[in-house]
Design a protein around this ligand. Sequence first.
Ligand code: SF4
Length: 232
Amino acid sequence: MASVSRIDVRRELDRLASMPVRSAAQARMRREAAAMIAAEHLVEAAASFRFVDLDSCEDGQLRAGGKILYAPRLIPEEGRLTALACGTATIGDALERRVSALFAERRPALALALDDLGNQLLFEVSRRLQDRMLGHALKRNLTMAGELRAGDPGLDLSYQPVVVQLADGAAIGVGVSAGLALTPLKSMATVMGAGVDLPPAAWSRCDECPSSQKCKLARPQAATALQQPGAP
Ligand code: SF4
C-alpha cells in the first residue's frame, strides 16, 4: 500500500518569499506572488510513495509490481537490491492555472515570479518526499542509492507512467499525459534503488544534465543526499 501525505508548505513559502533576489522589483514581485499563493490557496502539496519488492533483475531489466523498468544504473555493484522505491509529489494545478491567467491579463512579471515560486515549492516538496522515503527505508534497515526520473539518462521517458503507477500517483491526483508529461505540470516522479548494504551511487541524475553548470539544485552525487535526511 502506498504512503500518502498532504504537505504543509507555509514555512517554506515564508522563507522563499524573503529570499534575496537580484533587484528590488523582483523582490516585490516575489512577495506579491507569495501573498497570492497564501490568499488564494494556490498550492495543495501532496506526496505518495511505495517500496515495491523486486521480483527479478536481469540484463538491466527490473521487474516489480507487475511492471518492468529498464534501468541498469539502479543495479548496484555491491549489496543487494530488494525493492524499487517509487515516489511522486505535486503542488496541484491551481498555481499553473493562475500563472496562465496572469499572462492572459498581461502581467508577465508577476506570472513569472509565481511560476518560479511554484518550481521552488515543488523542489521543497520533493525533498520532503525523499526524507520520508529515506525514513521508511531506515526503519526497515534498508539503504537507498541512486535516483532517476523518467527522461534522465538511464531511464527512458516512456517509463513515466510506470513510475507514477508504482508510486500510486493517482492517490494524490498525479497522472501522465499522452505526451508523457506529468499532470499537474508541477509534479515530479522518481525511482530509487532500495536494498541491503547498497553503496552510495557513484553517479547523480545531474551529472549529464545540460543545465548542471547553472542549476542551483544540481547535486554532484545523489546518494549523498539520500543518506542524510533533510539534506538539500
Ligand atoms: S542539474 Fe538541475 S535541472 Fe539538471 S537534473 Fe539536476 S536538478 Fe534537475
